[in-house]
Design a protein around this ligand. Structure first.
Ligand code: MG
Length: 476
């Protein structure tokens, strides 16, 4: 071949490459599909209420397998009660910033999560996600507060706690008995689809299974596009209902029946993800909204080795199980660094390539490097709010209480007392038994300054919890 012919051939090849180039660039660049997110939130399940968190008789094989394959967090936090916890989870903002911190909403409450707040669903919508809210909402029942006005394409669930719409005129002993030996008609809670009531009282013995059916139908319908499913079970909040299949099946009594039914239904969701072949593109989180509701004797859950229970700012009130599962992506293991439901919005936004809101204070951290790479958690602090406001601060292992939770299992506000401040080393003393305040006044001072600096970022907003019309509790 002469040199001239060789040059000609090279020229032809170059032209061909050039002419092919525009065709290639006409194709949109291939973006990896953003992951699906599923948050499964239990109600009042304690830190100790899973086999993988040390319970000796509860059988939770599905969640335990997810814990073994994924990440099991041992310092993960919710808020002290249902409503503030859900507000924090969905907005990534402390509930004190949204006026939802001082207690819980009731059926006759006129407040709720303000539509101007941005939820995870709204953030993911910017990346084309389909979104569903299934289960307990508890962020307001007026139409503007419901899920379908907060970024969710659909809603199916009981819009508040499963013990509401009850006869509040009853003597305390009779009321307590109705919680311990519940019948459906004692608790006339509605079941809603989007903005309509479709059943009342909700048939609660099948509610865990029906929430799961609805979730699997949503997953199936959206298996070819990114989705966010927020599945908030009403159980194991008192009163405890379970289906015939799980009645008296557990060694842990009625509470155990309920937890084991939830576990079996989590297993159904994982099976569905595998059946549809999307398990490697789906991050699932299982967690709880607060600690166990202690007054209900053996029907209450357990905070394990942690002190206190729901409604308190002791660890047992706010530290909850948290299992992250995403086969092939999450670095499996146990994480003892601090995490919070407040971190989900920024974490999911990062993983989805969405932008977290910049026009408001967020209280979360992006945990994605910890989840995917096993990096140390970026969160080194936590602010514990009770019904009276900021009650405690944790920085790394140290936690200072500035308001002391009430003794025993009663519901009640943390308050200043002769015992405050108290200081605990949560690495050495996770049960908060040994007060170190007198020994380490310098550390108490540092935590006090941290609390003061934090409180400067809080802007007073209208308390959404405060206003009720006075009609709750009447049987409707
Ligand atoms: Mg709760």
């Amino acid at each position: 071949m002469t040199r001239r012919v060789f040059r000609l051939l090279a020229l032809v090849a170059a032209c061909a490459a050039l002419s092919a180039a525009p065709m290639k660039s006409a194709q949109p660049p291939r973006q990896p599909r953003p992951p699906n997110f599923i948050v499964i939130l239990a109600d009042d399940q304690g830190y100790g209420d899973l086999g993988s968190y040390g319970h000796p008789t509860l059988r939770t094989p599905n969640l335990d397998r997810m814990a073994a394959e994924g990440q099991r967090w041992t310092s993960f936090y919710a808020a002290y009660l249902c409503t503030p916890s859900r507000a924090q989870l969905l907005t990534g903002r402390l509930a004190v910033r949204t006026g939802l911190s001082s207690g819980v909403l009731f059926p006759d409450s006129t407040g709720g999560l303000q539509p101007g707040e941005l939820t995870i669903a709204e953030v993911l919508k910017t990346r084309g996600y389909r979104t569903a809210s299934v289960g307990k909402w508890h962020l307001g029942v007026l139409p503007e507060y419901l899920p379908t006005n907060q970024g969710f394409d659909s809603y199916f669930g009981i819009p508040y706690s499963n013990d509401m719409d009850r006869d509040e005129e009853l003597p305390a002993a009779e009321s307590f008995h109705r919680y311990m030996e519940p019948r459906l008609e004692f608790f006339r809670v509605p079941l809603m689809r989007d903005k309509e009531v479709v059943e009342r009282p909700a048939e609660q013995t099948s509610i865990t299974r029906r929430y799961t059916d609805e979730s699997i139908a949503f997953i199936k319908a959206n298996r070819d596009r990114p989705f966010f499913l927020y599945l908030a079970h009403n159980m194991p909040h008192m009163p405890l209902f379970r289906s015939k299949d799980f009645e008296n099946r557990s060694r842990r009594g009625r509470y155990g029946d309920v937890i084991e039914e939830i576990d079996a239904n989590v297993g159904r969701i994982v099976d569905a993800l595998r059946d549809f072949g999307i398990e490697q593109n789906t991050l699932v989180l299982y967690t709880s909204d607060n600690g166990p509701w202690a007054p209900y004797l053996e029907q209450a859950g357990s905070a394990g080795l942690l002190r206190g229970a729901k409604s308190t700012t002791w660890e047992g009130g706010m530290r909850v199980p948290a299992i992250f599962w995403w086969p092939g992506r999450i670095k499996s293991g146990t994480v003892s660094g601090i995490g919070s439901e407040l971190d989900l919005l920024q974490t999911f936004a990062a993983l989805a390539g969405a932008e977290a809101p910049r026009d408001r204070v967020l209280d979360g951290y992006d945990l994605s490097q910890t989840l995917l790479g096993g990096a140390a958690s970026p969160r080194d602090r936590l602010f514990y709010y009770g019904s009276s406001g900021l009650a405690a601060v944790r920085h790394r292992a140290y936690k200072a209480h500035f308001l002391i939770p009430p003794p025993g299992n009663e519901l009640g506000a943390s308050r200043p007392s002769e015992g405050a401040p108290q200081l605990y080393d949560l690495d050495q003393d996770p049960s908060e038994k040994f007060d170190l305040a007198a020994r380490h006044p310098g550390i108490v001072g540092e935590l006090r300054r941290m609390a003061d600096d934090h409180q400067k970022t809080i802007v007073a907003v209208k308390d959404q919890i405060a206003t009720r019309t006075g009609t709750a509790g009447r049987a409707r």
